[in-house]
Design a protein around this ligand. Structure first.
Ligand code: OGA
Ligand code: NI
Length: 353
C-alpha cells in the first residue's frame, strides 16, 4: 500500500466555508453518476423495511421479515435495538463539535492511505480521480488489540469515552444481528459468528462522516455509489438531514429515517457467506445546499486473516458456490486503493470469472 495520497488533501468543509458558488471540477461527477431526484411517483413512496429487533429476536415472523429485507433490499432500519437514544444523540453531537474545530486541530489527526485511521477527505489513491463532497474520521475499534484511543480525537472532552460507550452498545447489537441473520438463513444460531472467526476475533471500525453544504448539489455526491466491503454496517443517520440513497433496480430510494432508529445494511462478506442469498446493496449519499449532514457508520467485520467463502450448508446442486474465498484484509485493500466503485469488487470474486 502506498504511504501517501497522490494529491494534496483539501478539506471539503473548509472549501464549503469559503462560500464558493460553484463546485470545483474535481468534485463534478460524470453525468451518469450524478444524483437522480426521483420524480417518478411510483418510487417516491418506496421505503426500506423497518424491523423491530424484539420481533426479529423472538418471533418466527420477525425472522421472515429480516430474511426478506436482506434478500430484497440489503437494508433495513431497526427500532428497539437496545442502543440508548440519549447516547446516540450525544455521540452525534460530539462528532458535530469535532468537525466544527479549527482545521489545524483536525489536521493533527490527518490520515494516510496506509491505515486510513484519522481525519481524511478521500477514499482511494487513484490520481486525478473525481472526489466526493465529504470529510470523515476513521478509527479502529475491534479487535481491542488494535484499538488505539491516542489516535482518536481528544476534543470535544469526553468524545473518547463516548466512542467506547457507543461502540460497546453497537457491538452487542451486532452480535444479536449476526445471530439473527444466521437463524434467518436457516443455519444454527452461532453458525455465522463462527464463520466470522468468533465474537472475540471480529473486527470493527467507525467512520464519522461530515457532508458540508454544497453550492451545486446536483453535480456531485457526498459519497459515491458503493457497497460496504465488510460484514454488517450500522449507520446512525443525521436526525434532521436526509441524504442516504439505496439502489432499487434502476432508481434510488432516499432513506427517511425513523426517529431513534438505526440503519442496518448487509456488506459484501455476508453476501459472500450467504452465497448471494443476502444482498450487499449499492448506496450513495447526496448533499444539499442548505444544511451540513453528519452520520456515523460502524462497520462490523469478520476476522481479517481467515478465508471467507460461501457457507457449505447453503450450497445446493442448483446453486453451487458463487464466490471464491478471500481473506477480508486482502479484500479491503482493493477498495482502499480504488475508492468506492459500485459493486465491481464483490463481482470480481464470482467463481465463473
Ligand atoms: C458509509 C455510508 C452512509 C451515510 O459510510 O459507508 O454508506 O449515510 N454512509 O453517511
Ligand atoms: Ni456505505
Amino acid at each position: 500500500m502506498v504511504a501517501c495520497w497522490p494529491e494534496p488533501i483539501v478539506s471539503v468543509q473548509a472549501l464549503s466555508q469559503t462560500g464558493v458558488s460553484t463546485v470545483p471540477n474535481r468534485y463534478v461527477k460524470p453525468a451518469h453518476e450524478r444524483p437522480v431526484y426521483n420524480s417518478d411517483q411510483s418510487d417516491a413512496d418506496l421505503e426500506i423495511p423497518v424491523i423491530d429487533m424484539s420481533d426479529a429476536w423472538g418471533k418466527p415472523e420477525g425472522l421472515l421479515r429480516v430474511r426478506s429485507a436482506c434478500e430484497e433490499w440489503g437494508f433495513f432500519q431497526v427500532v428497539n435495538h437496545g442502543v440508548n437514544h440519549t447516547l446516540m444523540e450525544r455521540m452525534r453531537g460530539a462528532w458535530r463539535e469535532f468537525f466544527e474545530l479549527p482545521l489545524e486541530e483536525k489536521r493533527k489527526y490527518a490520515n494516510s492511505p496506509e491505515t486510513y485511521e484519522g481525519y481524511g477527505s478521500r477514499l482511494g489513491v487513484v490520481k486525478d480521480a473525481k472526489l466526493d463532497w465529504s470529510d470523515y474520521f476513521y478509527l479502529n475499534y475491534l479487535p481491542s488489540s488494535i484499538r488505539n484511543p491516542s489516535k482518536w480525537p481528544s476534543q470535544p472532552p469526553k468524545i473518547r469515552e463516548l466512542i467506547e460507550e457507543y461502540g460497546e452498545e453497537v457491538r452487542k447489537l451486532c452480535e444479536r444481528l449476526v445471530e439473527t441473520l444466521s437463524k434467518s438463513l436457516g443455519l444454527e444460531p452461532n453458525h455465522l459468528m463462527k464463520a466470522f472467526g468468533g465474537d472475540d476475533k471480529v473486527g470493527a471500525s467507525l467512520r464519522a462522516n461530515f457532508y458540508p453544504k454544497c453550492p451545486q448539489p446536483h453535480l456531485t455526491l457526498g459519497l459515491s455509489s458503493h457497497s460496504d466491503p465488510g460484514g454488517i454496517t450500522i449507520v446512525l443517520p443525521d436526525e434532521k438531514v436526509a441524504g442516504l440513497q439505496v439502489r432499487r433496480g434502476e432508481s434510488w430510494v432516499t432513506v427517511k429515517s425513523v426517529p431513534n432508529a438505526l440503519i442496518v445494511n448487509i456488506g459484501d462478506q455476508i453476501q459472500i457467506l450467504s452465497n448471494g442469498i443476502y444482498k450487499s446493496v449499492e448506496h450513495q449519499v447526496i448533499v444539499n445546499s442548505g444544511m451540513d449532514r453528519v452520520s456515523l457508520a460502524l462497520f462490523y467485520n469478520p476476522r481479517s486473516d481467515i478465508p471467507i467463502g460461501p457457507v457449505k450448508e447453503l450450497l445446493t446442486e442448483n446453486r453451487p458456490a458463487l464466490y471464491k474465498p478471500i481473506r477480508f484484509d486482502e479484500y479491503r485493500l482493493l477498495i482502499r486503493q480504488k475508492g468506492p466503485s459500485g459493486k465491481n469488487q464483490v463481482d470480481s470474486l464470482l467463481a465463473s470469472r
